[in-house]
Write a protein that binds this ligand. Structure first.
Ligand SMILES: Nc1ncnc2c1ncn2[C@@H]1O[C@H](COP(=O)(O)OP(=O)(O)OP(=O)(O)O)[C@@H](O)[C@H]1O
Ligand SMILES: [Mg+2]
Length: 432
C-alpha cells in the first residue's frame, strides 16, 4: 500500500452471524431463497419437508440439481461465497443459503452429491452455537446421525443437494416447543410456504420456453402454480405490451410491461376460479404491479408507490420484467423480496398504468351495472379510502389529460393539490 499504515479488522464471527439472522426473512421467504439455489443448480424436482418433532423439529429442502464438489460445498457455506454469476442467475450476493437458513434455526447442514456414478456424498454444517463459542468462521464435517441419514435417503442415487435446518429457535415458540400450539404453528408455516412458492415461482412451475419445467412439493403435496393474470380465462383482457429502455450511468437494459384487466366475478369461468384468483391477499390488495427478476417474482401487492390501491381498479394487474443486468438499478435486496423502482422508469410507466386502471375501472363499472359488484364501498375498503364519486372524478381527470396530451401538466397540478390540500388529494384517489 502507498506507505500508509493499515490495520486488519476481521469481523467478529459471533456478532456478525447473529446480526445477519435479522435481515428480513420470514419462514416462506427463507425457503424461497433456497429454492432459488435449486433452480440455479438446474433442479427439476424440489421437495420441502417440514417435520414437527418438538425441539428436534427439522426442515429439509432437497433438489435433484447438479450438486457440489467437496470444495464447492465448503465455499457455498462461506458468507459471501466466491463465484461469478451468469446473466439470468438467481443468485447475486453469495449469502442466501447462510442468511436464509440461519434466520430460522441455529444449524444448517448441507448434504450433496455431484456425480451420479460416484457414491461419494459430502456433508458440511454451519452451527451458530459453535461459531458463537469460538468466535470463528467455521464449517464442520458433522458426525452422522439420524437426520443426516434421512437427508442421504432423500438424495437417493441421483445428483443433488439436501439442505437441513435444525435447532429451529426462530420457528418454534420459546415456551412449550413440544406442545400442540407449536405443532399448529409448523403446520401453518407449511401452508404459507406452499402458497408463497406457488406465487413466486409460478413461471417455473408452468414451464419456461428454454428451461425444464420444475415441480415443487411441500410435505409431499405438489404445489400448483398461481398465475396472477388469469391467462386461461376467456374474458381476461390484455392491453398492448410495452418496453422501456433504462439507462442509468454505465448500466442499461430493458424493462417489459404487460397489462391485464381480469374478468369480473360473473365473467369468470366459475365462482371457484374467481375465488382462487383472488389470491392470498384478496382482490383489493392483490391488484397492482408484479415485478419479476429473471422470471422470479420479487415484489407484488399494490402499485409500487405509483398509485394507491382502490376498490374500482381491483381487476387491474400488470407484470414488469427486468433482467439481472438491471439489478443495481432496481436495488434488489438480499432476501429478494423488495426492489426500488428506478425514478426514470416510474415516470415512464405511470401513464401506462393509469390507462390500465381506467380500463379496469370501466370493467368494474360495467359489472356493477349488471349488478354483480357493489359500486359503493366494499367491505374490504378502509374508512380513509376515497369515496366512489370523487375517485371516479380523479380517474376522469387523468383520462382527459392523457387524451389532451397534457398528462405531465396534470401531474404538476396534482403535486400542488397534494401539498396544499392533502384531504382533497386523498378523496380524489391521488397516490402520494
Ligand atoms: N442447491 C444447491 N445446489 C448446488 N449449488 C448450490 C446450492 N445451493 C447453493 N449452492 C452454491 O452455493 C453458493 C452460495 O449460495 P448462496 O445462496 O449463499 O449465494 P448465491 O446464491 O450465490 O447468492 P444469493 O446471496 O443472492 O443467494 C451458490 O452460488 C452455489 O454455487
Ligand atoms: Mg442463493
Amino acid at each position: 500500500m502507498t506507505g500508509r499504515r493499515t490495520y486488519e479488522v476481521t469481523p467478529s464471527a459471533a456478532r456478525l452471524t447473529r446480526s445477519l439472522r435479522d435481515i428480513g426473512y420470514d419462514f416462506p421467504t427463507a425457503v424461497a431463497d433456497l429454492v432459488d439455489n435449486s433452480i440455479s443448480a438446474r433442479a427439476s424436482h424440489i421437495q420441502v419437508i417440514i417435520e414437527f418433532d418438538g425441539t428436534d423439529s427439522r426442515v429439509f429442502i432437497a433438489d435433484d440439481g447438479h450438486g457440489m464438489s467437496e470444495n464447492a460445498l465448503v465455499e457455498a457455506l462461506r458468507f459471501g461465497s466466491r463465484r461469478d454469476y451468469n446473466a439470468g442467475d438467481l443468485g447475486r450476493y453469495g449469502l442466501g443459503l447462510k442468511t436464509a437458513s440461519l434466520s430460522q434455526g441455529r444449524s444448517v447442514t448441507v448434504t450433496t452429491r455431484r456425480s451420479a456414478s460416484a457414491d461419494r456424498v459430502f456433508v458440511r454444517e454451519l452451527n451458530l452455537d459453535l461459531i458463537e463459542e469460538l468466535d470463528e468462521w467455521l464449517v464442520i464435517a458433522p458426525k452422522p446421525d439420524k437426520d443426516i441419514a434421512r437427508a442421504r435417503e432423500i438424495l437417493g442415487d441421483s445428483t443433488g443437494t439436501v439442505v437441513l435446518w435444525r435447532l429451529l429457535d426462530r420457528v418454534l415458540p420459546e415456551k412449550r416447543p413440544e406442545g400442540g400450539w407449536a405443532r399448529r404453528r409448523i403446520d401453518n408455516y407449511a401452508r404459507k410456504t406452499a402458497e408463497h412458492l406457488a406465487v413466486v415461482f409460478h413461471r417455473f412451475l408452468e414451464g419456461l420456453p428454454d428451461a425444464r419445467k420444475i415441480t415443487i412439493s411441500v410435505n409431499g403435496e405438489k404445489v400448483r402454480q398461481w398465475n396472477p393474470f388469469a391467462v386461461d380465462e376467456e374474458h381476461c383482457r390484455e392491453l398492448t405490451a410495452e418496453q422501456f429502455e433504462i439507462n442509468v450511468g454505465e448500466t442499461s437494459g430493458t424493462a417489459r410491461l404487460r397489462r391485464f384487466v381480469l374478468p369480473a366475478r360473473t365473467q369468470f369461468s366459475s365462482p371457484e376460479e374467481f375465488e382462487r384468483l383472488s389470491g392470498p391477499l384478496n382482490w383489493n390488495r392483490q391488484q397492482g404491479l408484479y415485478v419479476y427478476r429473471a422470471d422470479r417474482l420479487v415484489q407484488w401487492g399494490g402499485w409500487a408507490g405509483i398509485r394507491g390501491i382502490d376498490e374500482h381498479t381491483k381487476l387491474a394487474r400488470a407484470s414488469l420484467d427486468f433482467d439481472t443486468s438491471l439489478d443495481s438499478v432496481f436495488n434488489i435486496n438480499v432476501s429478494k423480496m423488495r426492489v426500488s423502482m428506478p425514478p426514470q422508469l416510474r415516470q415512464m410507466i405511470e401513464a401506462s398504468l393509469n390507462e390500465l386502471c381506467l380500463a379496469a375501472n370501466a370493467a368494474y363499472r360495467r359489472a356493477s351495472a349488471r349488478g354483480n359488484m357493489p359500486l359503493h364501498l366494499g367491505a374490504d375498503q378502509t374508512a380513509s379510502a376515497p369515496s366512489t364519486d370523487l375517485a371516479l372524478a380523479g380517474l376522469a381527470l387523468r383520462s382527459a389529460a392523457m387524451q389532451a396530451g397534457q398528462y405531465d401538466a396534470l401531474q404538476s397540478i396534482f403535486t400542488i393539490i397534494r401539498r396544499d390540500a392533502p384531504e382533497i388529494a386523498a378523496a380524489l384517489g391521488l397516490a402520494s
